[in-house]
Design a binder for this molecule. Sequence first.
Ligand code: ATP
Ligand SMILES: Nc1ccn([C@@H]2O[C@H](COP(=O)(O)O)[C@@H](O)[C@H]2O)c(=O)n1
Length: 225
Amino acid sequence: MTDPITIAIDGPAGSGKSSVSKEAARRLRYGYLDTGAAYRALAWHVLQHGADTSDAAAVVDAAGDFDYAISLDPDEYWVRVGETFVTDAIREPHVSSAVSGVARVPVIREQVNVLFRRLVAESGRPGVIVEGRDITTVVAPDALVRILLTAAPEVRAARRSAELTSQDAAAVAAALHKRDASDSQVVDFLTAAPGVTVVDSTDLDFAQTVDTVMDVVRSGTEGSR
Ligand SMILES: Nc1ncnc2c1ncn2[C@@H]1O[C@H](COP(=O)(O)OP(=O)(O)OP(=O)(O)O)[C@@H](O)[C@H]1O
Ligand SMILES: Nc1ccn([C@@H]2O[C@H](COP(=O)(O)O)[C@@H](O)[C@H]2O)c(=O)n1
């Protein structure tokens, strides 16, 4: 069996990676792999242990009994740790605030990257859209199509705040920028690596952004199979 086509999409928090990738995967009948979910689920697991994600040893310790599973079906997305479905729990603000601690532990990054490559290879799909922060550069630098999805910081904060209506907009924006600042010390997802196509959605609505990504994918995959 041939390896699935990999479409790599990186970008900062709230740039639209997951929503846009999921919709593009539906249209292409590809799988969709949300790599941030693994970091979030491990952060959730560390917190369940009563530990602190800023403690790298505690993170590595909690990773020892981290039984993680994720669906690559864009129409039936779920995330599980052991027997517990954590699909919504890992989006809670206290997990978002804790996740960067997990992401800065090198051995954890190595372990999840192995998992991501295996999930793609075993997906059984003709292709997989993989989104995160270091997909275009570390996880799948040889992907057929590599995209950096960006939007102006204030636009990303406004979109995120529109989702989290019960929370103060300024606090939502501050949390998003704080997470980007912390994450960008670990991987560079703000500048495009050579060969990576930038899609800036600042002035695009959701449908226009998906269409633009689809155009980049089409031109990159034409004649590949
Ligand atoms: N071009 C767009 N125009 C308007 N809204 C958009 C656009 N792209 C995404 N959105 C909306 O912005 C919000 C954030 O998008 P999404 O959750 O996909 O971002 P993300 O990059 O995956 O964020 P995170 O890294 O924090 O998980 C969602 O409500 C999504 O529907
Ligand atoms: N390739 C990746 C993906 C994610 N992270 C870390 O996970 C956090 C959550 O990611 P979301 O895409 O769900 O926002 C993110 O803030 C990073 O800390 C990563 O390091 N590499």
